[in-house]
Every structure is written in C-alpha cells, then in structure tokens.
Design a protein around this ligand. Sequence first.
Ligand code: 5AD
Length: 361
Amino acid sequence: MIHSILKKETLSKEDLIYLLSCSKDEEKILFDYSEKIRINTIGRNVYLRGLIEFSNICTKDCLYCGIRKSNTTIERFQVLKEEIVEAAEFAYKKGYGSIVLQSGERCDELFIDTIDDILKKIKKISNNELGITLSLGEQNKETYQRWFNSGAHRYLLRIEAADENLYNKIHPNDENHLYSRRYECLKYLQDIGYQTGTGVMIGHPFQTIEDLADNLLFFKKFDIDMVGMGPYVEHQDTPLYKYKDTLISQKERLNLSLRMIACLRILMPDINIAAATALQAIDPLGREKAVQIGANVIMPNITPTYKRKLYNLYENKPGGDEGKEEIHQLLIERLKQIDYCVPNDLWGDSKHYFERIKKGD
Ligand code: 5AD
C-alpha cells in the first residue's frame, strides 16, 4: 500500500493521513523515501541560522505559550540593542550565513524603529553579507515593507493551525487573535517579496490526524517557501495545560513530527524545512533525526547566555549555549557523522522561492 502512495505524482489528504498513521515497518519506507527526495532535490547541505531570542515581552495571549502576556510568573527581559548586534557579529564571524531575530510580539513604534535600526546596523557590520530572517509576529504591511527595505529577506510566521476553528480553540477569541489577520499577514509577506515561512505545532490539544494532513496541504496551497514545525510541549502556566492528560505522549509527538517533516519533504521537495528546537526538547538528538528524513535547516540558539532561560515558550526548552565553540563543533561533527555537511557563509535560501518568483514573472 505505502509503495503505491509514494509512487503518486501528488499526495491527497487520504494519502497523507495514511502516511501519518502508518505502521512502524512502513515508517522506515516513508523515511527512506523522504531522505532520498531531499538528497536528490537539494542535496546534503544543512544550513545553520544563529537564533537570537531577544525579548519575551509579548502583547499576545496564545493559550499554549509560556511567554503569553497573562503569565505573571515569569521575569520579562529585553536584550540591549548593542548586544543583539554583537550576537549577530559573533554569528557572522563564526561563518553562520544568516541569523534569525525572534521575540514576543509587539507593534509599538519604539519596537518597530528599534528593529529597523538593528537591521541596518547588522547589515553594516557584516558588509551586507549576513542574511536576516525575522520572526516577530503580526505587523502591518508598512512595517513589513520597512524592515524588508532595511535588509530582512526571510520571515517566519507560523499559522499554528490551518483550520480556523482549531485556531480559535488555541487562541483567545478576541480582536487581537484573529485567524483572518494571521492569514492576511502571510499574504503581505509574500507580496512584499520575503521568503515566507510558516508552521504549526504537532500534538497539541484538540488536533487530529486530519488536521495535520490539512496543515500540510495548506503549506502547499499557500506556496510557502519555508516551514518550521515541531512538537507541542506543555507549559504549566498556560491555559492549555489542563488538557495535558488528553495528549499523546511526548515520544509519540516527536515521532509524529518526524512523519510530518517526511511527508512535507515529499509534498514540497524544494522548500526549506527547519528542524525545530522543540524536537530537541523531547530528544537530545531530535534535530539530527529530522535532518535524516528531510529537514535542511537548524537554528542554534546564540542568544546572550544570561537571558536564554527566560525565553521559556514550553517546558524543558533547551538552554544549551550553542554559541560556545565546543557545542557548535559538536553539532557540526554529529551532522558529518550522518553524512550531512554544514557550508560556511551561505544564506541557504529556499530553492522553492526562486521557482515561485520565476513562475510569477
Ligand atoms: N510548545 C511548542 N511550541 C510552542 N510555541 C509556543 N508555545 C509552544 C509550546 N507550548 C511555538 C509557536 C510559536 C513559536 C515561536 O513557538 O508555534 O510560533
């Protein structure tokens, strides 16, 4: 059965459901196939992005997230502008081709101006060479355009749940958390010319295998260039925590995440797929496992050390200092051992983006 599905030109919702719930024996065939597709389409490169999580101050109240506005149990922090630029400089010198700037969501003027300034500074200190991905949530179109003009060229904005009803179950139902707004923002990003990334959490309360298949089809329909998705990990200071006993085990969530990545690689062979940090929260080698079945991007955390523990989106979030030389080298070594390579100084853009742009001309 699995062989006949994998031979198909495109995968239907039913096919995806089959693959996501296949037997352990069939899983091996699925993983071998997705790895083969990846190697044939985009090769064995793994691109590193230095991730800088510079603030946990957030105006949103997402029901799953540990840094949600209503969580008064955490200390809020903001890394200084100079320190962010320093971290970027460190990444540049280390040969990371690019960085990701991520934080809680804010859209006040001070925040927008500060980001703009940081982008210009990073571009300057790196001779325009360092690639910059932003992951700063929903903004208006002018802001996205301004940041694009100042040097950002990729943007990650997870849809979190492609189905609007499900989206509403994991977000507060108010004007500040509209599915339609999230969708519109993704469209803005694409229109402006960003390489556009999205993603979902896997195994959160209320989500079914059907929802997961729909998420994959959403990425395809939206013609997305990059995807980051990983297991949902409960956080005790969030409203969704009360559903923890309804969840599949963390190990199963990890396995389901790997299957999602494998299916997505088959569905969209030339996009960038990140091995999310949450994979590592469940299994220390979770990211490497994802690389072996189709992921081609890893985002080591290079946030200045003293703040890192406070960016606590979920429990057991890895706080390892991947900016440290030994840890950086270890990751590269482990990837080499499984026959993947980490090129220096490349942006590692999504091949799909260039195909999409060509099609649009
Ligand atoms: N488990 C896993 N991922 C989470 N995120 C937020 N909270 C959790 C959680 N409890 C993810 C969201 C968000 C990204 C920055 O972190 O998908 O988009």
